[in-house]
Design a binder for this molecule. Structure first.
Ligand code: 6PG
Length: 483
């Protein structure tokens, strides 16, 4: 039987869990208890990493007994039923004041439900989004914890000790209560999807219209990474494009099947945002683009659909590359702006007080969407927490102003050339919609009133109206508010 000596425990020792446990163990003052459903994996971890000084348990009872009070355990199992099973095992054994942390990619509504249930036993439940993949978990992720302020008192210092550091600050903040952390992680992933799709579209344009090879495009991305686009995703894209397949000698990107998978967080972002009425169109297009790519049978069946495309003749290559870069930057800003809008709307809906500036700061390091310009986003929300849209912040307004002409050129020419650019194009349309003084939504309202008496409001007087559509001239009637 083990003695109660660990200040923190990790349940679930697949790669993310093992790496997080090793990260915790490497920090001064931590003693880490580890437990996995099958003991072989635990044995492997402790034999491979004796330096970590793990306290290993074969059973959940031993694991719980090995934790000092208040007991704190981080669950790192695949989101879903497995998480519920571990939570109930721990809840049965933990005491009031103890802390259960779910570090998986849980759906935030599950986290809200679990928090309610677990806290009814006096036990703290914290849903914490953890980003950064395997390497982040080991060396320093970006951490987005929700849960109670009380739990964060114990948990905060532990999480700060393992988080990535960006400009001297640990990439962790108490995002808000119950599901706020997982909500913000979900939006992080939505932005991640958009960012990846936009980069992929930039690559496709450079390749199809510019005729550059993957290795040349890798160099272009490396150069871009030295400027305002500097980010982890741009950096790794260059690495992916440089890779040569050992078997065929071809660029690896050319031998990878062009069907993108997903584990669901992008879909959740879009579903949630639809419910909240927030147009995350760039993120949605990224999710749809993955779906379209995966429709293998349908794509094969329609092979030969006419394109009637116009060749994009690139005259000035430097200008062409610069146009693609600017369009990428502007589209990226739209994705972030939409993501932050969704966080704001989610916070209002679920009663969280989320500091958008603090969120952008903890995304500066460790996570997948880490990027230089998150500093600017943090500044924007610090200067004006009520900013109506990130695109309206003076710095970003100017940035988009400098890019918009290139953006239009790229979207127009890609469309003419038959190169699919769903995320570039929808981001530009969103931008144009947002800045339009008057939208054709007025006509949609008219149509709705015509076929369904759904009523409308007028620009020249208050109230609700319905038109009697029959006859040559429509007659307008004011609708009582009870209508
Ligand atoms: C992260 C990643 C991580 C995971 C995604 C990938 O922040 O570390 O987002 O959570 O890699 O879930 O998602 P897909 O498999 O859906 O692309």
């Amino acid at each position: 039987m083990t003695t109660a000596a660990a200040n923190i425990g990790v349940v679930g020792l697949a790669v993310m869990g093992s790496n997080l446990a090793r990260n915790l163990a490497s920090r001064e003052g931590n003693t880490v208890a580890v437990y996995n459903r099958s003991y072989e994996r635990t044995e492997l971890l402790i034999s491979e990493h004796p330096e970590a000084g793990f306290i290993a348990s074969e059973t959940i009872d031993q694991f719980v007994a090995s934790l000092a009070k208040p007991r704190t355990a981080i669950i790192m199992v695949q989101a879903g039923k497995g998480t519920d099973a571990v939570i109930s095992q721990l809840t049965e054994r933990f005491e009031p004041g103890d802390i259960i942390v779910d570090g998986g990619n849980a759906l935030f509504t599950d986290t809200i439900r679990r928090e309610k249930e677990v806290s009814s036993h006096g036990i703290n439940f914290v849903g914490a989004g953890i980003s950064g993949g395997e390497e982040g978990a080991l060396k320093g992720p970006s951490i987005m914890p929700g849960g109670s302020a009380e739990a964060y008192k114990t948990l905060g210092p532990i999480l700060s000790s393992i988080a990535a550091i960006a400009e001297g600050e640990p990439c962790v903040t108490h995002v808000g209560t119950d599901g706020a952390g997982h909500f913000v992680k979900m939006i992080h992933n939505g932005i991640e999807y958009a960012d990846m799709q936009l980069i992929a579209e930039a690559y496709d344009i450079l390749r199809q219209a510019g005729g550059y090879t993957p290795a040349e495009i890798a160099d272009i991305f490396t150069e871009w990474n030295g400027g305002e686009l500097e980010s982890f995703l741009i950096e790794i894209t260059a690495e992916v494009l440089k890779q040569v397949d050992a078997k065929t000698g071809k660029p690896l990107v050319d031998v990878i099947l062009d069907q993108a998978g997903s584990k669901g967080t992008g879909v959740w972002t879009v579903q949630t945002s639809l419910n909240l009425g927030v147009p995350v169109s760039g993120i949605a297009e990224a999710v749809f683009a993955r779906s379209l790519s995966s429709q293998a049978a349908q794509r094969a069946a329609v092979d030969g659909l006419p394109a009637d495309a116009v060749k994009w003749s690139v005259e000035d290559r430097t200008e062409f590359v610069e146009d693609v870069r600017r369009a990428l930057y502007a589209s990226k800003l739209v994705a972030y702006a939409q993501g932050f809008d969704a966080i704001r709307a989610g916070a209002a809906e679920y009663g969280w007080s989320i500091d958008l500036g603090a969120v952008s700061k903890i995304w500066r390091g460790g996570c997948i969407i880490r990027a230089q310009f998150l500093n600017r986003i943090a500044d924007a929300y610090k200067t004006n927490p009520q900013l109506p849209s990130l695109l309206f912040d003076p710095y970003f307004k100017k940035a988009v102003a400098g890019a918009v002409s290139s953006w239009r050129q790229v979207v127009a020419k890609a469309s003419l050339a038959g190169i699919p650019v769903p995320a570039y194009a929808s981001s530009l349309s969103y931008y144009d919609g947002l800045r339009s003084e008057r939208l054709p939504a007025a006509l949609v309202q008219g149509q709705r009133d015509f076929f369904g008496a759904h009523t409308y409001q007028r620009v020249d007087m208050p109230g609700t109206f319905h038109t009697l559509w029959s006859g040559d001239r429509s007659e307008v009637e004011a609708v009582p508010s009870t209508h």
